[in-house]
Design a protein around this ligand. Structure first.
Ligand code: SDX
Length: 430
């Protein structure tokens, strides 16, 4: 491989492909002309070695367990800032000044109500509908309510749509929760902060005063920061692919919510807590570790492993600290599920199989314990992930739309099906 060029020989023909470097991270071989020059495709079904785009938004170093939003380490943002500051950073690329932050908070706050017809939209669902099914529908339905911000060619409309998503997703998520438990919807209160307002909409009732616990509000806000964005994960790639066709932002985010729901992705927080409940006691951990290692058993330790992190997920560490803060505030000395989680983590991190495969706890391992302690049912866990990730999805969507090089995403395939054959009329088929 010569300086900034890769040489590849295919069926006796040698071609050179340019190599590009980013500011940090692995270089890339630009293969866009490979098919034209050689008549062959690359093949990488899980995109394990494929960069799908150029981005300046979020950087992950999986070997060092580093996560940066626009260059700022996640632990500094989570400890020192708030979620709306992270939203501003992801959308605009820089931390806001005090004046910019005040203006941004005001704009988000004054978009947090949804069209009053939305409440009637909810009444079409069964009360026991999974809240993620409701969220997929609601995000798509936003295209039906907010026509004045779906022209993706208009920078003003792109920003209005982004603010509307950040502002209205908590309101819709809280409505999905209230609807599932048969309680009345609670309107947002502009005197409250973002996370505080969300907890108010979820847990207050019309018949009595409700004061949000500030420790819980801070924990919720931190959890939103940790989940805000994560490079080109499956749901963000879904949003980008949907957006590459020119679909409106709300429809694209609805596609992202659908993808996030899977247990291998954002659905892992719900699956991880269910796994801890299934394990039930520290004594049964070895049985489940054995199952996780058994090739013939589809069971996996939910909340463990990651495509990119081959070291500890930096978010999981902050999540674990937050977990202890919330349980302490609740006066919970020994949460049996936390005991199982801590022991499971200890055993797994000292087990040869997990060490060799570099399987560490990820963001979903501890989040379920905190969310359950805050009062959410497991069915709401992935909704909270989607709420926080909406800003990452919309920031990446905006970046793609504003990239002059972007074009519709249209992968090819390795065809292994039947070759051409002639149609046989049904009367002649045996
Ligand atoms: C998220 O991409 C992102 O950035 C996602 C995310 C984000 O913020 O957007 O970080 C959020 O989705 C976190 C991941 C949540 N998912 C889970 O916790 C589900 C359990 N984890 C696994 O399903 C798995 O680790 C994945 C899906 C997360 C990653 O899978 P990969 O990268 O495709 O790895 P793999 O399936 O090829 O596994 C490599 C090996 C395999 O063994 P071999 O076939 O090589 O012998 O590790 C084993 C796997 O069997 N393995 C596990 C395991 N995860 C991988 N074995 C037991 N338990 C596990 N959890």
């Amino acid at each position: 491989m010569s300086e900034n060029k890769a040489r590849i020989t295919v069926e006796g023909k040698t071609i050179e492909l340019p190599i590009r470097s980013g500011t940090i991270g692995p270089n890339v071989i630009e293969i866009g002309t490979l098919y034209k020059k050689t008549g062959i495709f690359t093949y990488d079904p899980g995109f394990t070695s494929t960069a799908s785009c150029e981005s300046r938004t979020t950087y992950i170093d999986g070997d060092r367990g580093v996560l940066l939003y626009r260059g700022y380490p996640i632990d500094q943002l989570a400890e020192k800032g708030d979620f709306l500051e992270t939203c501003y950073l992801l959308l605009y690329g820089e931390l806001p000044t005090q004046r910019q932050k005040k203006d941004f908070d005001y704009r988000v706050q004054h978009h947090n109500m949804v069209h009053e017809q939305f409440s009637r939209f909810f009444h079409g669902f069964r009360r026991d509908s999974h809240p993620m099914a409701v969220m997929v529908a609601c995000l798509g339905a936003m295209s039906a309510f907010y026509h004045d911000s779906i022209d993706i060619t208009d920078p003003h409309q792109r920003m209005v749509a982004s603010i509307r998503l950040i502002a209205k997703v908590p309101t819709l998520a809280a409505m999905a929760y209230k609807y599932s438990i048969g309680q009345p919807f609670i309107y947002p209160l502009n005197s409250l902060g973002y996370a505080e307002n969300f907890l108010h909409m979820c847990f207050s009732v019309p018949c009595e005063e409700y004061k949000v616990n500030s420790i819980f509000a801070r924990a919720m806000d931190k959890i939103f920061i940790l989940h805000a964005d994560h490079e080109q994960n499956a749901s963000t790639s879904t949003v980008r692919l949907a957006g590459s066709s020119g679909a409106n932002p709300f429809a694209c985010i609805a596609a992202g919510v659908a993808c996030l729901w899977g247990p291998a992705h954002g659905g892992a927080n719900e699956a991880s807590l269910k796994m801890l409940e299934q394990i039930g006691s520290v004594k049964r951990i070895p049985e489940f570790i054995a199952r996780a290692k058994d090739k013939n058993d589809p069971f996996r330790l939910m909340g463990f492993g990651h495509r990119v992190y081959k070291n500890y997920d930096p978010r999981a560490r902050i999540m674990q600290q937050t977990c202890h803060e919330v349980l302490k505030e609740l006066g919970i000395k020994d949460d049996p599920l936390l005991d199982i989680a801590v022991e499971l983590e200890h055993i797994a991190l000292n087990d040869k199989y997990f060490i060799e495969k570099k399987l560490y706890p990820n963001i979903d391992f501890y989040s379920g314990i905190i969310l359950r302690a805050l009062g959410f049912p497991t069915s709401m866990f992935t909704v909270l992930f989607a709420l926080a990730r909406s800003v990452g999805w919309v920031a990446q969507w905006k970046e793609m739309i504003e990239d002059p090089a972007q074009k519709i995403g249209r992968p090819r395939q390795l065809y292994t099906g039947v070759v051409e054959r002639t149609y046989v009329p049904i009367k002649n088929r045996k």
